[in-house]
Design a protein around this ligand. Structure first.
Ligand SMILES: [Zn+2]
Length: 502
């Protein structure tokens, strides 16, 4: 059926070092006001501002806006646009119609932990320190994924916390161990891998902030082995009996094995969806983040069935007809979920949807993956390969992701003067919240999308750096653990993209 699985040791290796990371607290340098340039074009309907208020001496001029930042890993306009045309994505369409849209340029190499951290910090990876999947302290015996403790720049949740502005984070990359914030963080290790192979003893620490939140949320974790949502999984494509049996049978992540990738990726996302629904139904902080993973692993493994013409004659036509619909199906799923979630927020909330990269055909069928020993391929090996396509991914990352926003002062159908990049998200969120931009952020506020009256009422201010406002969250020694189980899970989900970008 599929390859036997590698039995990795799950021994807990703990370093005595106390981990400390960048979190923020006390204000330091006072912001300065940067004159706001008149956005171009100025809509004729924009209200005329009266007198611009002077920001308070401490620089804090919260706008009072609420912002929801949704991350969809690997979403591309190449899939979304045809589905908008056919009316299959009504939630996305509604946001785009009353807001603005653009491609969002990523950075190479297009590695998810790096890019999502760039999006959340407004900094390049040389500054935020998340260079790849594995920590620099990884060894063959002690695989260790990048963690919050590896990050060397404050993230948006630290920045807003430093101004006492509330924040919620659900499932964002590289958020374990969960830092202390003004609000809550559900780290990226709350889903399956944590609650099965990862929840023994000290390994279960710091899954959330506040830490006791994890216990409350535990019942919402979707377990792909003990209680997979079978009806949901099977409804997404026309699996035949053998394929259904294989999906049901797979009991742990297997690298590049499509049924495993699909099942575990979907269940991971459903976990964070259920948690986000629970938390954001009760509490709507000024800034709410949610990360949805499943588009990426499904695109990696099913792209040849979705776009068979890009792969020559080797694609099984019947399989393409039945399973190629899995890629659009997961977009429809995301659209439907957001259609349920977003109405829970205030009507004036700004919704921003962003992806870390797009997708394109590798041109090579995943048949080659059958020739490799899945068990021998860990992240350590994959990161050394020049061409990840050769280990069996038919969909690979494209440089352009998506960005669309609507609500509050976001203008309708506004164009950007220059192409948006992943560096621009954090500055734009800060500006909408009325908080200062740091001068060490290379990106910019996407002012052309924002009502000029808002920018007059809430001028863009700057500070030298958020580092000066920050003091680290201190974790115990158990914030530094062996990552074998998590590494294997990531392999299976297709996070194997070194060199996969342009
Ligand atoms: Zn990927």
């Amino acid at each position: 059926m599929f390859s036997p699985l590698l039995r990795r040791p799950l021994g807990l290796l703990v370093l005595a070092a106390v981990a400390a990371v960048a979190a923020c607290s006390e204000p330091a340098d006072a912001p300065t006001v940067t004159p706001t340039q008149a956005p171009n074009p100025v809509p004729a309907t924009a209200p005329t501002p009266t007198v611009a208020p002077t920001p308070p001496p401490d620089g804090r001029a919260p706008s009072g806006l609420k912002i929801v930042l949704i991350g969809i890993d690997g979403a591309t306009w190449d899939v979304i646009d045809p589905m908008l045309d056919t009316g299959e994505l009504p939630t996305f369409a509604g946001l785009i119609q009353r807001g603005s849209r653009a491609p969002l340029e990523s950075q190479t190499p297009i590695l998810s932990p790096c890019i999502w951290t760039t999006i959340a910090t407004g900094r390049n990876r040389k500054d935020h320190g998340i260079f790849r999947f594995r920590s620099t302290t990884t060894t063959a015996d002690r695989p260790r994924l990048m963690a919050t403790t590896d990050r060397t720049a404050p993230a948006i949740w630290n920045m807003v916390t430093s101004f006492g502005v509330g924040v919620g984070v659900v499932g964002w990359w590289v958020t374990w161990p969960a830092e202390a914030v003004e609000g809550f963080i559900v780290s990226d290790r709350m889903a399956y891998s944590r609650w099965t192979t990862w929840t023994d003893g000290a390994k279960a620490r710091y899954l959330t902030h506040p830490e006791n939140l994890a216990e409350r949320l535990k019942s919402l974790v979707v377990d792909p082995v003990k209680a997979p949502p079978v009806d949901e999984l099977f409804a997404l494509a026309d699996f035949n009996e053998a394929e259904r049996a294989e999906i049901l049978a797979v009991d742990r992540p297997i690298p590049f094995h499509a049924p495993s990738v699909f099942k575990f990726g979907y269940c991971e996302q459903r976990t964070y969806e259920r948690i986000a629904t629970e938390l954001y139904s009760h509490s709507q902080p000024s800034l709410s983040l949610l990360f949805l993973v499943a588009v990426d692993p499904i695109s990696h493994t099913y792209w040849h069935l979705f776009k068979p013409n890009a792969f020559g004659p080797g694609v099984d036509a019947d399989q393409a007809r039945r399973l190629g619909k899995l890629v659009p199906a997961i977009y429809r799923h995301d659209d439907r979920y957001l259609g349920e979630l977003l109405p829970k927020f205030d009507a004036n909330t700004v919704v921003i949807v962003v992806s870390d990269h797009g997708f394109k055909a590798s041109g090579k069928l995943p048949g080659a993956s059958k020739e490799i020993d899945y068990n021998a391929v860990g992240i350590a090996r994959i990161e050394e390969l020049d061409d990840p396509v050769n280990i069996g991914q038919s969909g690979v990352h494209d440089l352009d992701g998506v960005l669309f926003a609507a609500g509050g002062p976001i203008l309708r159908g506004a164009a950007l003067k220059t192409k948006a990049t992943v560096l621009d998200v954090t500055p734009t969120v800060l500006a909408l919240l009325g908080l200062p931009i740091a001068r060490n952020m290379p990106g910019r506020v996407l002012e052309e999308w924002i009502d000029p009256a808002f920018l007059v009422a809430h001028p863009i201010t700057t500070i030298d750096a958020y580092e000066s406002r920050c003091k680290p969250t201190v974790f115990g020694a158990d914030a530094d653990v062996d990552d074998s189980g998590r590494t294997e899970l990531l392999n299976s989900l297709g996070y194997t993209d070194v060199g996969g970008g342009k």
